[in-house]
Design a protein around this ligand. Structure first.
Ligand code: SF4
Length: 198
């Protein structure tokens, strides 16, 4: 009998909770595996790495940046609980919130790819440059490439991908004027909402 998405992910999570494949395993409080409903999610949203609040709670995007992301999702009509499956490129917090190193991302990559393959989403959302770099060699800054649909391959399957700003960047950008980062973020999320409803 074919395993349900939840069963596949439960097995993967069990493995991940005991993982010590990279140095980040030594300093984490909790493995931050995912958030969202795998059975209803139409998009996978990938962030960089857990921060302090995520490490303490074991849930991605729950700090200030996560709260801002929630506000944008609500404005765009996207349900965090129903439409998204949220993950990070690495599952354990890098000390002092530094960017994850290449080797750490490489060691953690299998979990990321398995999660995407299991969900098999309509679209993959890359939240910030680190998430995008795990899938694309593009050197173009996020500010130039955000909102553009790209072709992505994961475990032999083709997906649509779209980079967006990371909400932590938007914490420092307050303007709501047309063309400013917050306005562009909302446009990108509204576009994603249309794509997942197609
Ligand atoms: S970051 Fe990933 S590879 Fe490293 S210990 Fe945590 S789960 Fe394992």
């Amino acid at each position: 009998m074919e395993k349900t998405k939840q069963t596949r992910l439960d097995e993967l999570k069990k493995e991940c909770l005991n993982c010590q494949k990279c140095e980040l395993g030594k300093t984490r409080t909790n493995v931050v595996f995912s958030d969202g409903n795998p059975e209803t999610a139409k998009a996978v949203l990938i962030g960089e790495a857990p921060g302090e609040n995520e490490d303490l709670t074991g849930t991605p995007f729950v700090g200030r940046a996560g709260k801002l992301l929630n506000e944008f999702l609500e404005k765009a009509g996207i349900s965090r609980e129903k439409d998204l499956y949220i993950i990070n490129t690495v599952k354990c917090r890098p000390p002092k919130n530094r960017v994850p190193e290449k080797e750490e991302k490489k060691q953690c990559e299998n979990y990321l790819m398995e999660q995407i393959d299991t969900i098999s989403p309509k679209i993959i959302i890359f939240c910030g440059a680190t998430a995008l770099k795990s899938f694309s060699d593009s050197k173009t800054p996020i500010s130039k490439i955000r909102g553009q649909i790209m072709d992505i391959e994961v475990k032999g399957k083709k997906y649509k991908g779209i980079p967006i700003f990371h909400p932590s960047f938007l914490l420092r950008k307050h303007s709501l004027e047309p063309g400013e980062p917050r306005d562009l973020m909302l446009k990108d999320l509204k576009n994603i909402k249309s794509l997942i409803n197609e």
